[in-house]
Design a protein around this ligand. Structure first.
Ligand SMILES: [Zn+2]
Length: 179
């Protein structure tokens, strides 16, 4: 289950976190603008993500929609990957984790709309590098080296944004969530 923790990311991380959460709350109410951003400013990662999606669909992925974001269920128990305006999410993680993963990846979708090509360098690449660093630590039996997943601003930002819009933080005063 997702456990909300209010992490401090330093002034810059906090500033990006706040801008993303406020931007996403605005875009969720003006989804036409969200789509314009996805296919202009955010098009680059949608092209890369579209190819990843196509690969997953060819190899048995199942597509569905989640609050207007697309989700392709693919493989078992590995987590999720944001691909622009959609996400690839693993099967067999249990309902609570599947829902949180969908919310988390939706948060990354908003990051892509808001930060466009900058999101690739500020969120996607750091997120992938950190994921594999932690995964390799765990596989080598050094999981204790891993910091909590959401202690990085780009992950916390995705989780809180998604959970605020669609999940367990829905209905909370946004001021309580801002850093
Ligand atoms: Zn993430």
């Amino acid at each position: 289950m997702y456990n909300y923790v209010k992490y401090d990311h330093g002034w810059l991380g906090n500033w990006i976190f706040n801008a993303t959460l406020k931007g996403a709350a605005f875009l969720a109410k003006h989804m036409w603008l969200y789509w314009v951003l996805q296919f202009t400013w955010g098009i680059l990662y949608n092209i890369i993500g579209g190819l990843i999606t196509l690969f997953c669909l060819i190899f048995g992925g199942k597509a569905s929609s989640y609050h207007g974001h697309y989700v392709v269920m693919f493989g078992n128990n590995w987590g999720g990957l944001e691909v622009g305006c959609g996400a690839i999410v693993a099967n067999n993680m249990g309902d609570a984790w599947t829902t949180h993963t969908k919310n988390h990846e939706s948060g990354h979708n908003f990051q892509n709309a808001i930060w466009g090509p900058i999101a690739i360098f500020m969120m996607n690449i750091p997120s992938a590098v950190r994921y594999w660093y932690q995964e390799i630590n765990s596989r080598r039996g050094h999981g204790e080296k891993n910091k909590p997943y959401d202690s990085a601003f780009f992950e916390d930002s995705a989780s809180v944004t998604g959970e605020y819009l669609y999940g367990t933080l829905k209905g909370k005063d946004i001021k309580e969530l801002l850093k």
